[in-house]
Ligand binder design. Structure first.
Ligand code: FAD
Length: 499
């Protein structure tokens, strides 16, 4: 005989991350079927969990708020990292999970969670080999050392022509027979709104909103794999501690898993790991805003002719800094994660166009239509229009021009092709923003959601971005360390949970 059921709602406000328990003993269980595993979120982590649990004969219920499975894989670049794979062996690449681990800890400056990183890298190759066995095909020259993030020391970084959608195609095909056999039931368009615990605090059921009805499903284990909070601006600011500037996450990444987990005694961690990307030109000031364009700030792809200044008109980095991580870390203390790319007419006429995918003429046109592109005859007028401190900008440009003349830059910049001297002058505003959620629900090395005293909440597990990007990458962006761990942790839970 079970104890009296207690409902803990995830729907109330998250103020202070304390959610009040709501007694709803009157709500009857609305299902005849008990499941061995309920998976909340049919995305990157959730689908592998369903596939591997069903392969062991488990009865699984997978529930998703969205009208389709796949989650962030619909948008993700799908870059994965795995060491010791068969593909590497075929290519004669000598690599190991230990080297992968060492690289993640080096790149993250030891700020990633060692236990979770170990679990992820030790099992990444099996995840990747399984995907390959099931038809996944990375780009022909892969694996590579890196792209867009600090490079690895060995070639263990892979993705496919259609990014995350190519991974999803494999997962979809592997899930299909389990749906057909009835081992996995799938509920779409059905947000999970609460976890139901018994008197001892063990999770025993989930409540869902199915149209205008609430339903409850019971299971031996519940896996929260419902993603991050990157599309919930209020929660983003509360948890990550900065404004949510960019609108580029999956719409259903609303932080539901954090609310659900905290409501039954879990807690969040990792705020200190927040890191923004190095900035994009966003569509407008209505934040969160879509990306309008990106300037090529990677010096290995285009040596900079311009300078970067913050709102005070000050430079904050050598613009040809080769390290992705050092660039991103340098942006972090700048007011509002904002900077302007400054140049003059001579640079505009002679440098390769800096806005990615734009010709020089297209760039010129942007100064007439987009408020983040400003042009003026003097530096003072430019500063005023752009919202930068004019005296600061003037002093910075004078100092930079002396560096160009002497070949000696205070920041150590080496590429000093021209002074910024001849009007009109130009400023293109950039905004740092995020595509992932830094903070996450605390789990132990078995991926059990834990209370503050390290004590697991019985029957409740979590995987994916819900754990917080910072747990696997620390205060850094480490290539492939979200998609691969999400799939790996889902797979391991599907294989290992005592069902
Ligand atoms: C543009 C972009 C590019 C990226 N590129 C990379 C990359 O190249 N490499 C990398 O490692 N990482 C990358 N990431 C991050 C990575 O893709 C994600 O962290 C990862 O896919 C998240 O997996 P997940 O299983 O945690 O969540 P998801 O895959 O988002 O799945 C969560 C699921 O839960 C569902 N859900 C939400 N709330 C509820 C609820 N209340 N009830 C039921 N279901 C719910 C959602 O609808 C969704 O289907 C990228 C992210 C973005 C946005």
């Amino acid at each position: 005989m079970r104890g009296r059921r207690r409902f803990l709602t995830g729907a109330s406000t998250l103020a202070g991350l304390t959610l009040l328990a709501q007694n709803r003993a009157a709500l009857a269980l609305d299902t005849a079927t008990d499941y061995q595993l309920i998976i909340v979120g049919a995305g990157t982590a959730g689908i592998p969990a369903a596939i591997f649990a069903a392969a062991r004969g488990a009865r699984v219920l997978m529930i998703d708020a969205a009208p389709d499975i796949g989650g962030t894989l619909h948008l993700s670049t799908g870059q994965m990292s795995a060491a010791g794979t068969r593909l590497q062996a075929q290519l004669g690449i000598k690599d190991s999970a230990q080297l992968h681990y060492d690289d993640v800890m080096r790149i993250s400056k030891n700020s990633a969670d060692p236990q979770l990183v170990r679990l992820a890298v030790d099992h990444a190759a099996d995840t990747f080999d399984w995907l390959m066995d099931k038809g996944f095909r990375p780009l022909p020259d892969h694996p590579v050392l890196g792209q867009g993030h600090e490079p690895y020391s060995e070639r263990r970084y892979y993705w496919a022509a259609n990014g995350g959608r190519d991974i999803l195609a494999v997962l979809r095909a592997e899930l299909a027979p389990h749906l057909a056999s009835g081992r996995v039931d799938l509920l779409l368009g059905t947000p999970v709104t609460a976890l139901l615990t018994d008197d001892a605090g063990s999770v025993e059921a989930v409540r869902v909103q199915a149209g205008d009805r609430e339903r409850v499903f019971r299971a031996r284990h519940v896996l929260l794999s419902c993603g991050g909070y990157v599309s919930n601006p209020e929660l983003f600011e509360q948890l990550s501690g900065v404004r949510d500037y960019g609108d580029n996450g999956y719409a259903y990444s609303q932080g539901a898993g954090i609310k659900l987990g905290v409501a039954v005694g879990g807690f969040v961690r990792g705020r200190e790991n927040y890191l923004s990307n190095f900035g994009s030109i966003l569509a407008d000031d209505q934040f969160p805003a879509k990306v309008f364009a990106r300037f090529q700030v990677i010096p290995q792809l285009r040596a900079p002719w311009e300078i970067f200044v913050n709102v005070r008109g000050e430079r904050f980095i050598r613009e040809d800094e080769p390290s992705f991580d050092r660039r991103e870390v340098a942006l972090l203390p700048q007011p509002d994660l904002r900077f302007w790319v400054i140049f003059d007419d001579e640079i505009f006429a002679n440098a390769p166009p800096g806005v990615i995918g734009f010709s020089r003429d297209e760039m010129r046109d942007a100064f007439d239509v987009h408020s983040w592109f400003q042009k003026a005859d003097s530096l003072e007028a430019l500063a005023k229009q752009a919202g930068i401190d004019a005296a600061g900008l003037r002093a910075t440009v004078e100092e930079y021009n002396r560096a160009v003349a002497t070949g000696r830059d205070r920041f150590g910049r080496r590429h000093l092709p021209r002074p910024i001297a001849k009007g009109p002058f130009y400023a293109i505003r950039h905004q740092g923003h995020s595509t992932t959620s830094t903070v996450g629900l605390a789990v132990d090395e078995q991926l059990r959601v834990i209370r503050a005293r390290d004590e697991p909440i019985r029957n409740l597990h979590a995987a994916g971005e819900l754990l917080g990007a910072g747990q696997l990458m620390g205060q850094s962006f480490v290539g492939g360390m979200m998609v691969t761990p999400a799939m790996t942790f889902g797979r391991l839970l599907g294989q290992r949970l005592p069902l």
